[in-house]
Design a binder for this molecule. Structure first.
Ligand code: SF4
Length: 409
C-alpha cells in the first residue's frame, strides 16, 4: 500500500479503506478479528471494508455474515491492493457490491514475496523467507489456512537482506510459518545455508531467528551458528508438550529426549543463550499425569521465556474430533500453573545473566533511561538517552525480576 503511494490513517482520523488482517490460530483470535471488523466499521462508516488473512481463508462464511465489501484470504496479497483501489474509486452504488478473492490454499505452489520491512522506526525488520506448512500437526489450522510449505529463493533472500541493511535496520528477524522447512528447491539449499547467507549480508546488523522445530538443531546447525558472529544467541523452539504420549497424539515428530538434546547442544555451544519455547496445555486427552510430565520437562529445560496457550479447538483439524476434550476451566488453570513455572524460570535466567556482557539494540527511552533487547532476548535498561536505534555493548549489573539493568561499555 505504501509503495503505491497510500498512507496509513489512525482509527477516527478518516480514511477511504479499512483492511482487517485476520488470524485463525485460536478461537479467540477469530473472535477478536470479527470484533475488529465491527468496531472499525462503526468508527469509519463510509470506508470500504476489506477482510483478509487466515480467518477469512478458512471461515469465509463468518466474514460474509458481517457484510463487508471485500473478502480475501491469505494468498495474493498484492491483488488485494488492486481490489481496494478499484472499490475506493468505484461509484458509490457499485462500491457496496461485495467482492471475493479466495483461492484454494492447499493448491498454492509459489512463494508470494511482499516487501519486507519494519513497523515504526528503522530498528528491527521482519524478513519473511518462508510461507505455509506441510506438517499437519493434529491441533493446527495453519496448513489449511496457508497451504503447503514454500520458500523465498535464496538469491532474493540475500537481496532483501542487503536492502534492509542498507535502509539502516539494526536487527533482521528471520520469519516464516515453519522456517525449519526452508529450502530453495532450485538450488538444494537448507535453512542453515540461508541463515549463513543472511548473516553475511546483514552485517553489521544482527540477525535473530524465528521459531524453530527441534529437528533443525543438529550438531551441524549448532557448529555453523557458532561461527556466525552477528547471529543473536536466542533460539525459540516449538515444544508444545513435554510428554511423549501427548506429543504423539499431537502428531509432532520428535520425542522429549530429542528435544532435550537440542536444548543441551545449544547450551554447550552458547553458554549464555536465551532458549524460549511454545507450549500448548490441555490438549485432548491430556491427563493430570501427562500435564505433570510436561511441567517436569519444562523445568529441566530451564527456558528463559515461554509462550503458553490453552488448547483451542479448531474445526476441521483432527484434534477437534478427538475424545477427551477438556473444559475451559481446566485448560485455563493448567495455563496459569505453567505460566507460573515459566516466570520462575525466567527470573532464574535473568539472575544468571548478571555480570555478563551482551549486545543491546536500544529501542525506547523514558525518564533518563534507555531500554532495548539483549542478543539473548531479555529486556535491558541503562542510564542514558539518545541511544534508540543503536547497537551497543552492555555489562549486565542487576535485575528486578523482569528486566535487566546494565551499564554501557
Ligand atoms: S509445524 Fe507448526 S505450523 Fe506446521 S502444522 Fe505443526 S504447529 Fe502448525
Amino acid at each position: 500500500m505504501r509503495e503505491r503511494g497510500h498512507t496509513i490513517a489512525e482509527p477516527g482520523e478518516g480514511c477511504d479503506a479499512i483492511v482487517v488482517n485476520t488470524c485463525a490460530v485460536t478461537a479467540e483470535s477469530g473472535r477478536k478479528s470479527r470484533q475488529a471488523v465491527r468496531r472499525l466499521r462503526q468508527i469509519e462508516p463510509n470506508a470500504v471494508v476489506a477482510v483478509c488473512g487466515c480467518f477469512a481463508q478458512v471461515s469465509p462464511e463468518e466474514i460474509r455474515a458481517l457484510g463487508v465489501d471485500i473478502i480475501a484470504g491469505s494468498g495474493d496479497r498484492a491483488g488485494l491492493v488492486d481490489a481496494l483501489e478499484k472499490a475506493v474509486l468505484a461509484p458509490k452504488e457499485e462500491k457496496r457490491a461485495p467482492a471475493e478473492y479466495l483461492d484454494d490454499a492447499l493448491s498454492r505452489r509459489a512463494f508470494e514475496s511482499l516487501p519486507a520491512g519494519g513497523g515504526l522506526g528503522r530498528t528491527r525488520a521482519m524478513l519473511k523467507i518462508q510461507d505455509g506448512c506441510s506438517n499437519f500437526c493434529a491441533y493446527c489450522i495453519i496448513p489449511y489456512a496457508r497451504g503447503p510449505a514454500r520458500s523465498m529463493p535464496l538469491e532474493q533472500v540475500i537481496r532483501e537482506t542487503r536492502r534492509l541493511r542498507d535502509e539502516g535496520y539494526r536487527e533482521i528477524v528471520v520469519t516464516g510459518i515453519e522456517i525449519s522447512s526452508y529450502s530453495d528447491d532450485n538450488q538444494g539449499v537448507s535453512l542453515l545455508d540461508a541463515l549463513t547467507a543472511i548473516c553475511r549480508a546483514a552485517s553489521p546488523a544482527r540477525v535473530r531467528l524465528g521459531s524453530l522445530e527441534p529437528r533443525t538443531v543438529t550438531p551441524e546447525f549448532v557448529e555453523t551458528a557458532k561461527s556466525l558472529p552477528n547471529l543473536c544467541r536466542h533460539f525459540h523452539l516449538s515444544l508444545q508438550s513435554g510428554c511423549d504420549a501427548t506429543l504423539r497424539r499431537m502428531r509432532r515428530r520428535y520425542t522429549t529426549a530429542q528435544f532435550y538434546d537440542a536444548v543441551q547442544r545449544l547450551r554447550e555451544a552458547f553458554p549464555l543463550c536465551g532458549v524460549t519455547a511454545d507450549l500448548i496445555v490441555g490438549f485432548p486427552g491430556e491427563t493430570e499425569e501427562e500435564f505433570g510430565e510436561t511441567l517436569g520437562f519444562i523445568r529441566r529445560c530451564a527456558f528463559s521465556g515461554m509462550h503458553i496457550f490453552p488448547y483451542s479447538r479448531r474445526p476441521g483439524t483432527p484434534a477437534a474430533s478427538m475424545p477427551g476434550q477438556l473444559d475451559r476451566k481446566t485448560k485455563k488453570q493448567r495455563a496459569q500453573i505453567a505460566a507460573k513455572v515459566a516466570d520462575e524460570m525466567k527470573q532464574a535466567f535473568l539472575r544468571s545473566c548478571v555480570g555478563a556482557e551482551t549486545q543491546v539494540l536500544f529501542e525506547t527511552e523514558e525518564g533518563g533511561y534507555s531500554s532495548g533487547h539483549a542478543d539473548f532476548y531479555a529486556e535491558v535498561r541503562v542510564l542514558g538517552t539518545g541511544l534508540a536505534g543503536s547497537l551497543r555493548r552492555v555489562r549486565v549489573t542487576g535485575t528486578d525480576g523482569g528486566v535487566l539493568s546494565g551499564e554501557l561499555l
